[in-house]
Design a protein. Structure first.
Length: 300
């Protein structure tokens, strides 16, 4: 884990210094697969796309209230960089001749264009536009219901309390890997209960989450689903993708056959031994250097 300077747990600070690759990593959920292009025009577009993701992630991070600066620059500076990247990338994408590209580059171009169009839209901010308490209200629009559930992760998940300290959900999940005392791990795990209950109640059929599932299934009959988009990016179809996932689950079951049950609050700690050993043996400045060397290495 990379912690903010001067904090014990990586929680909120006023300034944040992150290497470029970490900004991009914040946005990986928008990309179904990582790929490196071969065509020079696509490669050049990718470089500008990376600049755009940097700026987008920085603006979103500052807007979240976590920090006031990223890499020593304020919101206005990052917004200017974002706007510049939008103009440059728009021009570069228009200049690419997709008919002359290899199939792999076409997939890279498709995912890059799709993500860019989604994030460059003025209304694309990841900041929730609704309130968590709206999730309990009757709703027929699945997009609205999903937005209210995202709001729960912001309003409740980013304001958890553990041992008198306010922490975020991501910070709590990280600490579950590191805390040695089982009782403290359980207490931290249970500190997330308000979020579970806001999203799924007591697991009753009328909970926000359980209402959302059938609504989403109906909605995706008439538009591409995230699964369909992921399958396309991987060059396969949903049935094959489903078979791969089932095979992975079966392999996990076989690998853990006969193992003693693990409590949910112990799960992350149980499987994070390698991470803890690596944290002790690799200083933070080394991790940053390795990241930069890997992502800036010459491409063959």
């Amino acid at each position: 884990m990379i912690r903010a300077p001067g904090t014990a747990s990586g929680e909120a600070v006023h300034k944040l210094n992150l290497p470029r690759v970490l900004h991009t990593a914040l946005l990986l959920p928008f990309l179904s697969t990582a790929a490196i292009a071969d065509d020079r025009t696509v490669l050049e577009a990718e470089q500008v796309f990376a600049d755009f993701l940097d700026a987008y992630g920085a603006v979103e991070t500052i807007d979240s209230g976590l920090v006031t600066e990223v890499d020593g620059s304020d919101r206005a500076t990052w917004q200017k960089r974002r706007d510049g990247a939008v103009s440059q990338l728009t021009a570069r994408l228009r200049a690419v001749n997709a008919t002359k590209l290899a199939p792999s580059d076409v997939r890279v171009l498709h995912r890059m264009t799709y993500t860019f169009e989604e994030l460059s839209d003025p209304g694309s901010s990841m900041a929730p536009g609704r309130k968590c308490h709206d999730a309990t209200k009757p709703q027929t629009d699945v997009d609205v219901l999903q937005t209210t559930l995202y709001a729960c992760f912001d309003e409740i998940g980013n304001r958890l309390t553990f041992e008198g300290e306010r922490i975020t959900r991501s910070g709590a999940l990280q600490r579950l890997q590191e805390i040695e005392a089982p009782a403290r791990r359980k207490a931290l795990f249970m500190a997330m209960a308000p979020l579970w209950e806001a999203v799924n109640g007591k697991n009753e059929a009328t909970s926000p989450y359980r209402r959302m599932i059938p609504m989403a299934a109906i909605a995706f009959r008439s538009k591409p689903s995230p699964l369909a988009e992921a399958a396309q990016a991987l060059g396969t179809d949903i049935p094959k993708l489903e078979a791969w996932l089932v095979d992975l689950l079966q392999a996990w079951r076989v690998a853990n056959q006969g193992a003693a049950p693990v409590e949910p609050w112990d799960y992350r700690h149980h499987h994070a031994g390698a991470s803890r050993a690596l944290n002790k043996s690799m200083p933070l400045d080394t991790a940053v250097s390795l990241n930069e060397r890997f992502f800036r290495r010459p491409r063959c």
